[in-house]
Design a protein around this ligand. Sequence first.
Ligand code: GRF
Length: 205
Amino acid sequence: MNICVFASGTGSNFRALIDSAEAGHISSKISLLITNNSDCGAAVIAAERGIECLHISKRKSDLSDNDYGRLFTEALEQRQIDFIALCGYMKMVEPAVTEKFRNRIINIHPALLPSFGGKGMYGINVHRAVIESGAKVSGITIHFVDGSYDTGRILFQKCVEVEPDDTEYTLEEKVKKLEHRYYPEAIKSIEEGRMALRGRNVFLF
Ligand code: GRF
């Protein structure tokens, strides 16, 4: 697959995907980064690793929703992108993109959906909410992206225990380790066609 990553932040998952592709663990190519934040860590990683980075932001532009959506779809089409992996992208993906990439756009979320998801549930907020809830497990969820936050069909989940001395920061660290390991794994399953779609139930094998 020819993959575009959308990211806004540190980019550690983006880096994990690049490492995995460079090591030949996944056969897909990570050929493009799209970010809404030109100063983010992911943009720095793209420059270091020789990956094209496009900064697309609606701020300060007079573009209509349609024209803004078209910026994405045209950029993706021109580069023959056939799969999108979100790695901490802080914007809602444009409907033109989710429509065009149905079942070909995934996200990774740092908790077990459908709990601890939705608007405002990102980064350390998620781990704080998990700790405050008293939940004894957290984990990661890899899911398809649809038109709203964190509601797309779930492809894969992995748990981690929340221990009595965990803080939101130690939990975040544990969850990140799972993310870096299993996000490339999920992409490997998809690129090898090891995926079954049965309505709401999707399985990677
Ligand atoms: C990850 O925790 C991911 O689950 C969430 O955003 C975070 C991005 O982290 N969607 P990073 O920028 O990849 O380090």
